[in-house]
Design a protein around this ligand. Structure first.
Ligand code: HEM
Length: 444
């Protein structure tokens, strides 16, 4: 029988919780350095294995995926209240059916038809921008991607409410600040003010989502979008999804479909603003390929450098910086024993910066994606969208949106960082800039 992996001892009761909480990214990086590719740690009474080797990550997500389900943190009542039994959280046959129903809406061809909306909404947003003004580009991107996901998947316009919805969503992610530490699982049993604010915020989002569903049911029209597909989907016995099941899927896509993409865009603007050489090449490509006209999906194959910027940004600042699973049986991974109920984590943040796989791993070098060495990259050395059966359903959607929005906005504006504004990474549910990304707009 294999042994258990090495790892930090931690404190008697809390284990590594404090250390993890204080500096999540530093802690998971140090664990790798000190203990190797598989590390065991304890959060209170819950054991976790951290996996840093691409081969082990592949086993977790793909080859041995049957031995695992989603991590415990995703099953808390807190999170459940938010996304219920939607695609991200559901399991087994139920998940398989939902995935089958949703999949066609995410096929490449289908997604291509969303390109015009993306460009149109981006132009509409930047029409209001003035050169010289100061903006938080992270906030702008969140608002824009929210409008786009609602329009493309549910053919509904929330532009009048987008700021309001954005504010509610930031309220919602607050309690997840220490999510993986399990601290909030205990917290959420107590009716603290933060707890109340959270549930109020979720109810408010519910109101908007149920409105979108009711409008569509009332109109009875087939808009050919995801919502129509989900509404029409039938079981063999003819039964259809209830409002609350629809709500779970809509809410899931609402959340999964915009924050991450907004973050990839925000970090891209930050990296471009701080890397003038890359910015110059980016502008040269836009001038050459588009020459001032708006992009569309047919330009995507030509916007190669722009795509490399997107990939390189998600290497350095992966919006999903960790993926978690739980062992549903005693098993083995990376040459070590995995007792049932162990939580297993793969960290994009660490593996994407591993010098074994990336030269000068901390440098922003979009060109690396065009190099020979990238051909030799192990499959799971770079996994911003996860992998295996639970791979992100929206990966094409996201890549297309990132490239089209970079190209649309980059044609008209560039950004310079506001002096004295320190950009800090905050790993909550996703990898956010703690105080936003404050920039000054410059006309191109
Ligand atoms: C840059 C943008 C995005 C990133 C980095 C990202 C990342 C991820 C990752 C890592 C997973 C796998 C989680 C796991 O295995 O536990 C995932 C799943 C998922 N994502 Fe994305 N995502 C992005 C954009 C989107 C978009 C645009 C949509 C929808 C419009 C979307 C919808 C989903 C859904 C529904 C799942 C669950 C799939 C399933 O389990 O069947 N994501 N995403």
């Amino acid at each position: 029988m294999n042994s258990l992996p090495p790892g930090p001892k931690g404190k008697l009761i809390t284990g590594v919780m404090r250390e993890f909480n204080r500096d999540t990214l530093g802690f998971i990086t140090r664990c790798h350095r000190e203990y190797g590719d598989v590390v065991r740690s304890r959060f209170l009474y819950v054991y976790a294995h951290f996996l840093y080797n691409p081969a082990d990550i592949e086993a977790l997500l793909t080859t041995n995926a049957k031995s695992y389900r989603k991590a415990q943190s995703l099953r808390s009542p807190f999170f459940h209240r938010l996304v219920g039994n939607g695609l991200v959280t559901s399991e087994g046959d139920f998940w398989r059916r939902q995935r089958r129903l949703a999949q066609p809406a995410f096929h490449r061809q289908r997604i291509s038809s969303y390109g015009d909306i993306m460009v149109q909404y981006a132009n509409r947003a930047i029409d209001k921008w003035q050169a010289g003004e100061q903006r938080d580009v992270a906030r702008d991107m969140t608002r824009l991607t929210l409008e786009i996901v609602v329009k493309t998947l549910f053919n509904s316009d929330v532009s009048n409410e987008a700021d309001h919805v954005g504010a509610i969503l930031s309220e919602i992610v607050k309690p997840f600040a220490s999510q993986a530490t399990l601290k909030w699982i205990a917290d959420n049993r107590l009716p603290t003010p933060g707890h109340r604010r959270y549930f109020n915020a979720v109810s408010e989002i519910d109101r908007i989502v149920f409105r979108i569903i009711a409008e569509r049911r009332a109109s009875g029209s087939d808009e050919g979008d995801l919502l129509s597909m989900l509404l029409q989907a039938q079981d063999e016995d003819g039964s259809q999804m209830s409002d609350s099941q629809l709500r779970d899927e809509v809410m899931t896509l609402f959340l999964a479909g915009h924050e991450t993409t907004a973050l990839a865009l925000s970090w891209s603007w930050y990296l471009l603003a701080t890397h003038p050489e890359a910015e110059k090449k980016f502008h040269a490509e836009l001038d050459e390929v588009l020459g001032g006209r708006a992009p569309d999906v047919s330009d995507l194959p030509e916007l190669r450098y722009t795509e490399m910027i997107a990939k390189e940004t998600m290497r350095l600042y992966p919006p999903a910086y960790a993926i978690g699973r739980e062992a549903i049986e005693d098993t083995e991974l990376g040459g070590f024993r995995v007792p049932r109920k162990t939580q297993l984590f793969a960290f994009q943040w660490v593996t994407h910066r591993d010098p074994r796989f990336f030269e000068r791993p901390d440098e922003f070098e979009p060109e690396r994606w065009d190099s020979e060495s990238i051909q030799r990259l192990p499959k799971y050395a770079y996994f911003p969208f996860g992998g295996g059966p639970r791979q992100c359903i929206g990966n094409y959607f996201a890549m297309m949106e990132i490239v089209l929005l970079l190209a649309t906005i980059g044609q008209r504006f560039k950004f310079s960082m506001i002096e004295g504004h320190e950009v800090q990474v905050l790993p909550v549910l996703s990898l956010r800039p703690k105080n936003g990304i404050k920039v000054r707009l410059l006309q191109r």
